[in-house]
Design a protein around this ligand. Structure first.
Ligand code: NAD
Length: 334
């Protein structure tokens, strides 16, 4: 099948080419993001392959439809960037990679928690400059603290396991209970109870209308002063302006982010020779108690290989049967 692969980096080419070992699919690797303007590049291809920061709104899907595309194969789990109603109306199928090494994201979450708590990001620079002072590097023992985990699916479950291993008491919140985390000793509580009772909160729910700005000024006000907040889920689960206010007032003690509300404008690109035009983001970077990575939690060999294999599996199944292995539709998500 002819597939236009948008928004590709060297690592996408490497892992997708490897998974497409027998050359069954003709993959055209394109650098531009998929947008209404670039959709025309998909002409002559049956499918497009897109990533989290491609914008598959109604206008883009219309363009894709007009050039003959009938499948969108997302090489990611989240699909909040796709207008599923528009896809259905146009008869375009949408497939995704529902799971690929949840360990990658869970382990990165723990890396952020540990680095932020012990200020490793500051210590690294200090020692390189011959500054061995400890002022400003004070952390806390994780053992005995209460961790709040929002979303106990594949990633959240692993995070609960890791935090339990560190000796944390774990409060969890989800719309559906996962018995595995209960058997690890975690306790399901309403979100407000989790917010009020946790020393650190880490987010592992999808971005939905219900979770949009779940962390806002009201919920931040419920939290223990000095809370550590960690987000590796989706940027807009957090109201960034409210977090900034919380940091300024000291209500929030520290923040680690792998995702950001407006990340689509600059994540995954090297902008080091330019300036950051997003003032909220730039302001966040001025805090010593803020640690940000650029949506890299998924970025392990195992995860990239899993993503590529499932994506090729989706393409092959669609070519053979007209149905991808992991289709999502407006009906399925209700
Ligand atoms: P999952 O579907 O296995 O688990 C998500 C959990 O969130 C489910 O248990 C679901 O019931 C729960 N949930 C849904 N709505 C909720 C709500 N309103 N309140 C509380 N919980 C709710 O997904 P996963 O594989 O564990 O991934 C979790 C999220 O991590 C994804 O949706 C994605 O946004 C994010 N993610 C980030 C990266 C990264 O690189 N930073 C990589 C993969 C996934």
């Amino acid at each position: 099948m002819d597939v236009a692969v948008f928004n590709t980096k060297s690592y996408d080419r490497t892992f997708l080419s490897e998974a497409n070992g027998d050359g069954r699919h003709r993959l055209t690797f394109l650098e531009p993001h998929l947008t209404e303007e670039t959709a025309v590049l998909a002409a002559g291809h049956t499918a497009v392959c897109a990533f989290v920061n491609d914008r598959l709104d109604g206008a883009t899907l219309n363009k894709l439809n007009s050039v003959g595309v009938s499948l969108v194969a997302l090489r990611c789990a989240g699909f909040n960037n796709v207008d599923l109603s528009a896809a259905k109306a146009l008869g375009i199928k949408v497939a995704r990679v529902p799971a690929y090494s949840p360990h990658a994201v869970a382990e990165h979450t723990m890396a952020l928690i540990l680095a932020l708590n012990r200020r490793i990001h500051r210590a690294y620079n200090r020692v390189r400059e011959g500054n061995f002072a400890l002022e400003g590097l004070l952390g806390f023992d994780l053992a005995g603290k209460t961790a709040g985990v929002v979303g106990t699916g594949k990633i959240g479950e692993l995070v609960v396991r890791i935090l339990t291993g560190f000796g944390c008491r774990v409060l969890v919140h989800d719309v559906a209970q996962n018995q595995a985390v209960v058997s690890m000793g975690a306790t399901y509580v309403p979100f407000t109870e989790l917010a009020a009772g946790s020393d650190l909160i880490t987010l592992h729910c999808p971005l939905t209308p219900q979770t949009h700005h779940l962390i806002d000024a009201d919920t931040i006000a419920l939290m223990k002063p000095g809370i550590m907040l960690v987000n590796t889920s989706r940027g807009a689960v957090v109201d960034t302006a409210a977090v900034l206010d919380g940091l300024k007032s000291g209500q929030i003690g520290s923040v680690a982010l792998d995702v950001y509300e407006e990340e689509g404008d600059f994540f995954f690109e090297d902008l080091s020779n330019r300036f950051i035009s997003d003032d909220l983001f730039a302001r966040l970077l001025t805090f010593p108690n803020v640690l940000i990575t650029g949506h890299q939690a998924f970025f392990t060999r195992e995860a990239l290989s899993g993503i590529a294999e499932t994506t090729i599996g989706n393409l092959t199944a669609f070519e053979k049967t007209g149905r991808a292995l992991h289709e999502i539709s407006i009906e399925k998500i209700g």
